[in-house]
Design a protein around this ligand. Sequence first.
Ligand code: NAP
Length: 289
Amino acid sequence: MKNQKINGKTEIYGLIGWPVEHSFSPAMHNAAFKALGIKALYKLFPVEEKNFDMTLKELVASGIKGFNVTIPYKEKIIPYLSSLQDELTKLIRAVNTVVVKNGELIGCNTDWIGFTLSLQTTKIENKKVFILGAGGAAKAVAVALAYSKADNIYVTDLAKEKAESLVAHMNKHFKKSKAEYVSDLKSKEAQEKLKEADLVINATGIGLREDDPALVKPEWVREGQIAYDLIYNPPLTNFLKVYSENGAKKILNGRKMLLYQAVEAFKLFTGKQAPIKVMDEALERELYG
Ligand code: NAP
């Protein structure tokens, strides 16, 4: 379907958050709709906190079929939902995808699926993982890692109580993986755990700016480690540079996670298989020109 006209029959999807202007989701979803000939449009809905309640009601009343949710609403949306789709979403306690059916809102977290699929051949079972940051994304990642049977999950965050709360939550719900709070990176204990880890993940926003610090020092890196930065833009953060320059086996950025969380959201929105290659190419064009 080429240059389709938007009219009353066009299904509307979108992204709710603040800010949202830099999102790559419209490019991926609209390319997928076009490729499959679905008469639908994915739009951005920048919503200020004070307007959240009203905008949400208006969108549902207007007949929106589904939407993604981003910062700062992934937890705030939960009381508005009729149900959470699956057990892992319940454990993560944050929702990034909502399907609207007969006025009912069903919430799901596809970030954890996106993260798991993005690992591809990287095995997690029986591995030690260190997560920097204990915010929304770290929660989805920690649950995904425990679900994949990681041995140890070390967590640090500038806000001690955030990291401790995530660790307690993980240990309550997962028996095989042992979560452990690690104090700030300047401590000897943290540096030893960092070296011990098979996989080190940056789940902070540090690295979004090219001149952000690397968070880790070369002397805290062990040869053969895997480093994963959830950030995808810039594609090579200073965090990933430190690992790649000090013998990492593999470095990964968040691009594939972003792609696969959208792929899973698309399946939930439409009930159809997503055209992954089309979405991947749209993301690539949008991200890196
Ligand atoms: P968030 O909720 O703000 O969490 C980030 C956490 O990291 C905060 O608790 C923050 O503490 C902490 N932090 C900041 N600097 C730190 C440091 N030096 N050491 C330890 N902890 C530190 O953000 P989020 O939603 O989880 O997102 C985190 C990152 O993941 C962002 O860069 C985001 O773009 C990325 N992300 C990628 C994808 C993807 O699909 N690839 C999906 C989701 C998120 P304070 O609050 O005290 O600053």
